[in-house]
Every structure is written in C-alpha cells, then in structure tokens.
Design a binder for this molecule. Structure first.
Ligand code: PXP
Length: 250
C-alpha cells in the first residue's frame, strides 16, 4: 500500500497574504485537495503568521473531513491554540525568526523538557503528536522518550541533493542514494521503537519516488511543489499528479 499524502496548503495563504485580501480561499483549497484524493491537509501556523492565520485553523477544522495536521512550535501559545481547535494531529517543528522555510528538524534532545511537556498536553487533549526531525537515531530516540507517536523525517538534505539536475552530475547520484539509505535506516529504527513514520520537506514530483519505495514511511507532507504546479495545472490535477508519483514509487 502506498503512503498517505497530506497536502500542505500554506502557500495558498501566502498568495492571499501578499495582498492581505480574501482570495484565494484556504477553505476552497482544502476541499479541492480532498476531492482530488488527498488523505489530509497540513498547515503551518508560524509565529510571524506570514501565511496561515489563527482563523484559518478554525475554518479548516470545520471543513476538513479527512485529516487536519497543524505544524507548530512547542510554545505555550501554540499548544493552547491546538488544544482549543483540536486538529487531528500536531507536528512539532523548530522555528527560527529569519528562516525562509523550516530549517531542519527539531532538536528534541536539546529541548527535551519543553517538548515532553507540550506532547503531554497535546496527547491529553486527544491530539496525535508527530515531531519533525533530522534522520538521526539520537533524535528519534529522544522523540520516543518524550512521548511522540510519530516522527516526520526531514528530507531537506535529500531535496537539496536532487534539486534540478544535481543528482545527474559528478557523484550526485551516489550522494542522493546515500541520503535515501540514511532515511531508510532512520525509518526502520523509528518503526522498531513503535513509532509511525512520515517524511517531508522539499519533495517534488521528480524526487518523491525513491522515498515512496521505503515501506516504513506511511505519510508524506508535501506543499510547495504541489502549489507551484497548481499555478499551471490547477490544484486538483496537481494533487492527482503527486498521488500518482507516490504510487509509482511504491
Ligand atoms: N513538513 C514540515 C514539517 C514542514 O515544515 C514543511 C514546510 O512547511 C513541509 C513538510 C512541506 O514542505 P514543502 O513545502 O517543501 O513541501
């Protein structure tokens, strides 16, 4: 069985916020993704509210019928919003003030107490908790000890190695294959601990296949590449094409 696809629709809100207006509708985007076969909707509520707003989470909670996954930091403010709006899942991510997008996984080992306390509050509210991590055993072990139910392996390094034609030049293919291997070993390690395994960040129609062939990975969170494609192909087609790329790889 191929992995589930949660479509990250942050960048629909990026276009809306560029004009501080009401279009394009985040609700319409979520419904179209679901109608095209997405298994869930992911949004990232950032501290600076550069795209998704608090009200978007409330609206999405009312309309998403598949699975609503909200990415956020483990701050008290964010945890309170999650407990109030009750998404199906929360993915804990790190956040640096000047980053363009999430810059690597959360260092759970270094922030253990605050992460554990956030997980505890979220799980007591009945929310499934995932942690976005670099694919290294020490972080996976820490996530498990902190009470996470899933790890989302950060694929940023793999995305970088496969960007454009990079994997076709020099030792590019070898380095990309080594990174797939590192992700595969991490996925097996997490599953052995009883954790579910997701993956995401920088994945595209071209590079998702190699990761879709890792059976331990049961969920992908993919955003930018789908929304970019939707500008030319329409959102429903863009989602269908990604589902097909995942199925072909698995
Ligand atoms: N997973 C996590 C934890 C993220 O922070 C992001 C970006 O918001 C994604 C997946 C999706 O990344 P991309 O937009 O590059 O597909």
């Amino acid at each position: 069985m191929s992995a589930r696809l949660n479509v990250n629709i942050d960048h629909v809100a990026t276009i809306r916020e560029a004009r501080k207006t009401i279009e394009p509708s985040i609700v319409a985007a979520a419904v179209l993704c679901e109608q095209a076969g997405a298994d869930g909707i992911t949004v990232h509520l950032r501290g600076d509210r550069r795209h998704i707003q608090d009200r978007d989470i409330e609206l999405l909670r009312d309309v998403v019928t598949t699975y609503l996954n909200v990415e956020m930091t483990s701050s008290d403010e964010m945890v309170a919003i999650a407990v109030r709006t009750a998404p199906d899942a929360v993915s804990l991510v790190p956040e640096n003030p000047n980053e363009v997008t999430t810059d690597g996984g959360l260092n759970v080992a270094a922030n253990f107490d605050s992460v554990q306390s956030a997980i505890d509050k979220l799980r007591r509210a009945g929310i499934f908790v995932s942690i976005f991590l670099d694919p290294v055993a020490e972080q996976i072990d820490a996530a498990n000890r902190a009470g996470a139910q899933q790890v989302e392996l950060c694929t940023a390094e793999y995305a970088e190695l496969t960007l454009g034609s990079r994997a076709a030049h020099g030792d590019g293919a070898k380095r990309a294959a080594a990174e797939v291997e590192r992700i595969r070993r991490s996925a097996t390690h997490a599953l052995d601990l009883g954790l579910k395994v997701a993956a995401g960040h920088g994945l595209t129609y071209r590079n998702v296949g190699a990761l879709a062939s890792i059976p331990e990975i049961t969920e992908f969170n993919i955003g930018h590449n789908i929304i970019a494609r939707s500008v030319f192909a329409g959102l429903e087609n863009a989602v269908r094409e990604m589902i097909s790329a995942i199925r072909q790889g698995s």
